[in-house]
Design a protein around this ligand. Structure first.
Ligand code: CS2
Length: 480
């Protein structure tokens, strides 16, 4: 024990028997899937073998604690802490890819779930199709025994099951993507066809890819969170997570060989998640990205800081009422205006310090389903959604890499260099907008060629460059 530091958290009792392999053991997974599973697993073999596809951090945080960690629920009235025990072990794929394929090919594993972020699917965000030129896909097609991508690991493990005549596992995508089950199936099948038509046919016939809608605001854990917990509980836990009280999990009930009773912890099993997914991606993630770019440019560090500014709170309310909700069919059991009002309360939660910079990451992978789908539907209705076009212009300013004080923005995006080059390579606002609209990974030809859209985004870009984000939002609210 390092002098002055409290002991590390330790698991009490044995680790659970593994029945789930989860790819992407980040903060969201620890604040969501792993908690639902912990609440319902009892003695059933639904322990989780978590797999990091990139870094050893999660393993190094969790395994000295036997996989146990603390989830801290931060509500406006205070916090609730509890230790979660559903993670049995953590593997680091780059260190031993064969061990990961073995874990997934083990017939005791009935579900392989994913929170690998939008870019983890190696797809083209504007079409949803596999990107065969993606470096990990190029690598995996030549090295199926030692994959790097989630797609490669899924195909390698399913191929092992197929050749051994064993039942498949269910692939459960839990990422913020439209029709995430269909998208995951599409990229896996496309990859499998390039490996062996027999494998592709078997996957198409035998492997379920149910879709899900997942929702819980989970900011990145900070050192201050870890110290506060150590003070409160007397132990050190670098694997801890903080999250809001709210959670919602809607799951298409199609599983090959069973699944945990997540509904006993409040998950909703449904025929189709499409309506819930559209509601959440457009209402929550759409305004999250809007606040991320315009809020950041206006100098707001967090979402709660942004909506504490009446101009940005009003922006959210106007967008929901006039530009987003008209494009969202009401899911069963939901009341859309009430859902939107509750979202604003969730954003106002002062205990959740969710950085605009964190949400601003990977915009090229997020914009299509969060903003551009809503814009397309509104244009088809013959209306121009100027508020959402202002959000797109905000993203364009953001990826230009310089904030309103002239400071450099640390833009995190798989296409960051390409986007910066496109922006820097053009002189006038019109040219910069045109150059960024030409990025086909983000904007498809139809939308990029829409004159009303291009003009609205250009006018918004000129306003942002001229008078800044806060004044531009105020103008939008005044109908200017
Ligand atoms: C956020 C999401 O980082 C982001 O892009 O918008 O992680 C968001 O917090 C979750 O989807 C909420 O369920």
């Amino acid at each position: 024990m390092e002098a002055g530091l409290p002991d590390r958290l330790k698991r009490t009792g044995d680790a659970p028997e593994v029945g789930i392999v989860h790819l992407g053991p980040g903060a969201f997974f620890r604040a969501f899937n792993a908690i639902y599973t912990d609440e319902v697993r009892g003695d059933a073999p639904w322990g989780i073998c978590a797999v990091s596809l990139k870094s050893p951090t999660a393993r190094d945080q969790l395994m000295p604690q036997g996989g146990a960690y603390t989830a801290v629920e931060l509500g406006p009235e205070g916090e609730v802490r509890r230790v979660i025990g559903s993670i049995a072990r953590v593997l680091v794929a780059p260190e031993d890819p064969a061990a990961v394929v073995d874990a997934m090919a083990d017939p005791a594993v009935r579900v392989v779930s994913l929170t690998i972020t939008e870019k983890g699917y190696c797809h083209n965000p504007s079409t949803g199709a596999l990107d065969p030129a993606h470096p990990d896909i190029v690598h995996d097609l030549e090295n199926l025994g030692a994959p790097r991508s989630a797609v490669g690991f899924i195909c390698a493990a399913l191929d092992r099951r197929r050749t051994k005549g064993e039942a498949p596992f269910t692939v459960l995508s839990c990422d913020n993507l439209p029709s995430n089950g269909v998208l995951a199936k599409g990229v896996v099948l496309d990859f499998a066809r390039r490996v062996s038509p027999e494998l592709a046919d078997w996957i198409a016939a035998e492997v379920p890819f149910p879709a899900t809608m997942v929702d819980r605001i989970t900011p990145a854990t900070t050192e201050a969170d870890v110290s506060r917990l150590a003070e409160a509980e007397g132990y050190e836990d670098p694997a801890m997570v903080v999250h809001e009280p709210f959670r919602q999990w809607v799951i298409e009930d199609r599983f090959a060989s069973g699944r945990p009773d997540w509904d006993k912890a409040g998950a909703q099993f449904v025929e189709s998640v499409e309506a819930h997914e559209l509601m959440k991606l457009r209402c929550l993630n759409g305004t999250h990205s809007t606040l991320a770019y315009l809020g950041y440019l206006a100098g707001h560090e967090t979402i709660s800081d942004s909506v504490a500014d009446p101009v940005f709170a009003a922006l959210c309310e106007r967008l929901w009422a006039e530009e987003i909700l008209p494009t969202v069919p009401q899911p069963e059991g939901e009341d859309l205006p009430a859902y939107a009002a509750a979202l604003l309360e969730r954003y106002r939660n002062p205990a959740i310090r969710h950085r605009t910079w964190q949400i601003a990451m990977d915009g090229s992978q997020k914009l299509p389903q969060r903003l551009l789908g809503t814009i397309r539907d509104t244009l088809q209705d013959g209306r121009v959604p100027t508020g959402l076009c202002l959000a797109v212009a905000g993203w364009m300013r953001y990826v230009g890499g310089v904030d309103e004080k002239g400071a450099t923005i640390d833009v995190r995006d798989p296409l960051a260099d390409r986007l910066k080059a496109a922006s820097d390579g053009a002189e006038t606002p019109e040219e910069k907008v045109a150059a960024l609209l030409a990025v086909r990974d983000v904007f498809d030809e139809g939308l990029a060629g829409n004159a009303a859209f291009r003009d609205a985004v250009t006018a918004a870009y000129v306003s942002l460059a001229g008078k800044g984000a806060r004044a531009s939002v105020a103008d939008y609210l005044d109908g200017k």
